[in-house]
Structures are given as structure tokens and as C-alpha cells.
Design a protein around this ligand. Structure first.
Ligand code: GLN
Length: 202
């Protein structure tokens, strides 16, 4: 790939603009995706944080779920943060009965895993693929990865505190997911890592 990769940001709901800014800072071009036509010609897709039940409803209602599944299961690189991680997961604990996902990532995620008493918190992570400097992560009613299949690599775990050791960043080939919101902190290393994945795949 010589030019900037074109990365779609699923814009049904959630923190779309923050991902656009982070991706632009990493040299990618972006396009908001609200319809199946807007998926045409993308090099990759980002599924933002927000509310996964709402995203699921809207994707079904707007005819996006099947096209999204076809692309993501067919090898389109995708990155999901928080609700986006849930959308990319094959299995959910604590989901709504009617909640569907795009899937592709062979993991079980637990919704609102860190407990309702702490709606949001910040923690340092060990994330060796991003270098020695710890990642300062923001979690907002976040899921964690409860279990994972053999093809899934753990990229990040909570370093300390009551949730120490919990899996919060994973990669399976062309799919990347984080429980936290790197788009909110100004640390673009996760997005840089994803854009590099996209360039390698191209
Ligand atoms: N709890 C939300 C959900 O289940 C995710 C929260 C977030 O994306 N910040 O979708």
C-alpha cells in the first residue's frame, strides 16, 4: 500500500469522532459507515465504543449486520474498542438475549465485567507490543475477555489492582480488540499498531 489506507468507522452510535481523530493522526483516511454501500472499497474497519446492544439493533435494522459479517469473516482488518470489542466477539456473557454480534474473534467477552459499582476507571496496562512504556487506559463500563480460543493472542492485561491480570487487549490475525478506549487519551499507539496491521495485510 503506497497511499493512506481508507478505514471505515462504524457510525451507528458511539465515539466515532474520537476514532477519526486518532486514525487521522496515524496517517489513515477515514469514512463514516452507516450503510452497506459505505463499506465498499474500505481497507479496514473500526467499531467504536458506545453501547453494543444499540449498535446490534441498528446494524440489524439498517441491513448492515450481514455485510459486516461477510467482510470481517472474509479477512477485512477490524479493530473494536469496548462496545466494539463486544461487537467483534463470537460469544458474550451478560449480553441481552436479542443481542447479536459481527463476530470473527474467537473469544468470550463479559459485558460490564469490572462491576457496576465502578462505572469507569483508569489503569496502567502491560502491553509489550506497544513498547516498554505502559499504556494508561480508560475503561467505561468495559468488558473483559473471559476466555479465548487457541488462535487468539493476548496483547494486554491490567497491571495492578483488583482487576490485575484481566485480559483487555487481544489480536487474532486481522482482528484487534481492546476493552479500553485509546481514542480518548491522546496516546495513539494502539491506532498506530492497527494502521500498521492494515498496511501489512494490504
Ligand atoms: N457496556 C457497553 C456495552 O455493553 C460498552 C461500554 C463502552 O463502549 N464504553 O456495550
Amino acid at each position: 500500500m503506497t497511499g493512506a489506507p481508507l478505514i471505515g468507522v462504524l457510525a451507528l452510535q458511539g465515539d466515532v469522532r474520537e476514532h477519526e481523530h486518532a486514525l487521522a493522526a496515524c496517517g489513515a483516511a477515514t469514512r463514516r459507515v452507516r450503510s452497506a454501500e459505505e463499506l465498499d472499497g474500505l481497507d479496514a474497519l473500526v467499531v467504536p465504543g458506545g453501547e453494543s446492544t444499540t449498535m446490534s439493533n441498528l446494524a440489524l435494522r439498517w441491513g448492515l449486520m450481514e455485510p459486516l459479517r461477510a467482510l470481517v469473516h472474509g479477512g477485512l482488518p477490524a479493530y473494536g474498542s469496548c462496545a466494539g470489542m463486544i461487537m467483534l466477539a463470537d460469544r458474550i456473557e451478560g449480553g441481552r438475549p436479542d443481542q447479536e454480534t459481527i463476530g470473527g474473534l474467537d473469544v468470550t467477552v463479559r459485558r460490564n465485567a469490572f462491576g457496576r459499582q465502578v462505572d469507569s476507571f483508569e489503569a496502567d496496562l502491560d502491553m509489550p507490543v506497544l513498547g516498554d512504556r505502559p499504556v494508561h487506559a480508560v475503561f467505561i463500563r468495559a468488558p473483559w475477555v473471559e476466555s479465548l480460543g487457541p488462535g487468539v493472542a493476548v496483547l494486554g492485561t491490567v497491571a495492578a489492582g483488583p482487576a490485575a491480570g484481566r485480559i483487555v487487549a487481544v489480536r487474532q490475525g486481522h482482528l484487534l480488540a481492546t476493552s479500553f478506549h485509546p481514542e480518548l487519551t491522546g496516546d495513539t499507539r494502539v491506532h498506530e499498531y492497527f494502521v500498521e496491521m492494515v498496511r501489512e495485510q494490504a
